[in-house]
Design a protein around this ligand. Sequence first.
Ligand code: ZN
Length: 124
Amino acid sequence: MKLFTRCPYCKKETSFFAFVSDRAMLSKEKGNPFQLTCKSCNSDFACEIDKVYAKHSKIALIIGLTVLILGIPFSFIVLNDIIEDTGYVVFSVGMIAVPFAIYQIINNQDRKRVENFNRFRIRR
Ligand SMILES: [Zn+2]
């Protein structure tokens, strides 16, 4: 996931990618502290694991909202004939709930990911 920390030299936030889900994994993979290069000022600095944090992904939010925005009219279009023919309102409500559910799942997953990473701290 995308992780963030603050550069001690220019105080700007810098980011990097790591295939880890919490600080323990990050520590195992990179060591603690580990070397990082600031994207703003190009300084190398020793970054402590506990100063690394995860943030909510904009991509997850965008995907979630896209599903929500496109999903509802799409559900209506697809189900329009079925609803007219059969009057299965309950069924249509169910289908509208699907984009909502997907949006919720994406949002919850993202929140859990961020909470999981930020909760765990390395004891030194
Ligand atoms: Zn910097």
